[in-house]
Design a protein around this ligand. Structure first.
Ligand code: BEZ
Ligand code: FE
Length: 256
């Protein structure tokens, strides 16, 4: 028996029981909820449900005292082993990829501003229509996924297109629950990154596009003001985004 499990499970169940009593939940509602639990499992949507409605609170709680740049949720659309890009550092894309071409640049440093050479940025994003490769019809495997490393000054750069906002799947039980509650199913346009360097805490984060709709109503509750970026027009229909990341030192494991 784990005291932690006892405490946590008891607390969650007590709050569910209180909600049932406070809201006079009927037997019909209980049966509908039970069927919905079954449907979420059958559709394989428990990871989606967790990442949409729970992960952001875990992230805020887990990293509330961490120094350095803000992180936010990982979400369900990361794939490991994206290719390490060489100059000119363009995320793999279709020849006719739609969307505004954008150069993203910046530095990776420690919390005192010292550059971190050879830090890794693992990048993934939706296309301009809000579709992730490997998960949604449209983009080919590996589209808009790649990794880049910083130079000796801690600088990185890569070229991509500005992603579009997207909805969580509307036809499954998570989307049906969102609609039943009258909530917006949209996530604002964003680029995901995991920034890592030896001896530092990996930073899981997202950069949100300031011109996107839904910044104030993100269904996943993952927007933080520090993570909103402004793509600056640089001519010829292209844009530039600049963002620096500061990594916190790796936590030393507790001595048993
Ligand atoms: C995402 O950021 O890709 C995401 C996060 C939570 C749920 C669905 C998608
Ligand atoms: Fe995303």
């Amino acid at each position: 028996m784990s005291e932690r499990a006892n405490q946590l499970i008891s607390d969650i169940l007590r709050r569910v029981h209180e909600a049932i009593v406070e809201n006079n939940v009927t037997y019909e509602e209980y049966q509908a909820a039970k069927q919905w639990f079954i449907d979420v499992g059958a559709a394989g949507e428990w990871p989606l449900f967790g990442d949409v409605f729970v992960e952001h609170v875990v992230e805020e709680q887990a990293f509330s005292n961490r120094s350095g740049s803000q992180g936010t949720i990982l979400g369900p659309f990361h794939l490991p082993d994206a290719p390490l890009l060489d100059a000119p550092f363009e995320l793999p894309h279709r020849p006719d990829e739609s969307g505004d071409r954008t150069r993203v640049t910046g530095r990776v440093t420690d919390v005192d501003g010292r550059p971190l050479a050879n830090a890794n940025l693992d990048i993934w994003q939706a296309d301009a229509e809000g579709r992730y490769s490997g998960f949604m019809p449209g983009p080919p495997d590996g589209n808009l996924r790649g990794q880049v490393r910083t130079d000796t000054d801690g600088r990185y750069e890569y070229v991509t297109v500005i992603p579009g906002p997207y909805t969580i799947p509307l036809d499954g039980p998570t989307g049906r629950m969102t609609a039943a509650a009258g909530w917006s199913p949209w996530r604002p346009a964003h680029i995901h990154l995991i920034v890592s360097a030896e001896g530092f805490e990996p930073l899981v984060t997202q950069l949100f596009i300031d011109s996107s709709d839904y910044l104030d109503t993100d269904v996943a509750g993952a927007v933080k003001p520090e993570l909103i970026v402004h793509p600056e027009p640089v001519g010829d229909g292209e844009f530039a985004v600049s963002y620096d990341f500061a990594l916190a030192p790796a936590r030393t494991p507790a001595i048993a």
